[in-house]
Write a protein that binds this ligand. Structure first.
Ligand code: GRF
Length: 197
């Protein structure tokens, strides 16, 4: 069992980050909650971090013009981060961040990659595309991030059913509940050495 030094990047709600925080506070996951960086000063994610005393930073073009990438790397290094957890980060992640934490950047995508990934496939677009394609199953994918975003090694997936009456909203809610389980579970398995990164 190894302790994971986690740094989060989140833009909005941060409910996935919260699920990982909660698992850590319950003692299920052996992790240090090193830092959250958000590009959005109004994000609920910043509030969630403050609520548990996790160091939180607002880093954006407004705060660090032309130097966002350097600031992200420096901040995470200074806070002792080993693994970056992308939790709804809506900004392009510069390859220099991925290189600095090579093989240790995780993302969660709300569909079963490699289907429904790539350009424009984020948020409700994903669930609308799943419904439009007549899929009967969907569900989240936890994967490593390389320079091709949704193309990194898949670490875990969890299937959820697509119901006949589903709208993008109802499907998104069912997938999000599965995200909260699978992101925490994947980190537990990394810590236990069952998944190698
Ligand atoms: C999730 O649907 C996740 O799959 C995607 O962004 C959303 C983040 O939600 N990458 P939250 O901010 O964790 O609530």
């Amino acid at each position: 069992m190894s302790v994971l030094n986690l740094g989060f990047l989140a833009s909005h709600g941060g409910s996935n980050m919260q699920a990982i925080i909660d698992g850590t506070l319950r003692g299920e996951l052996d992790a240090n909650l090193c830092a959250l960086i958000s590009n959005n000063s109004e994000s609920q994610a910043l509030v969630r971090a403050a609520n548990v005393g996790m160091p939180a930073f607002h880093i954006s073009e407004a705060t660090h013009p032309g130097k966002v990438t350097e600031a992200i790397i420096d901040t995470f290094k200074m806070q002792g981060v080993d693994i970056i957890v992308l939790a709804g980060y809506m900004k392009f992640l510069d390859p220099r961040v991925i290189e600095s934490f090579s093989g240790r950047v995780l993302n969660i995508h709300p569909a079963l990659l490699p289907k429904f990934g790539g350009q424009g496939m984020y948020g409700m677009n994903v669930h609308k595309a799943v419904l439009a394609n007549g899929e009967t199953v969907s569900g989240p994918t936890v994967h490593l991030v390389d320079s091709q975003y949704d193309r990194g090694r898949i670490l875990a997936q969890k299937q959820v059913s697509v119901e006949p009456n589903d709208t993008a909203d109802t499907l998104a809610a069912r997938v999000l509940a599965a995200e909260h389980f699978i992101y925490l579970d994947t980190l537990k398995r990394i810590s236990a050495g069952e998944i190698k990164i």
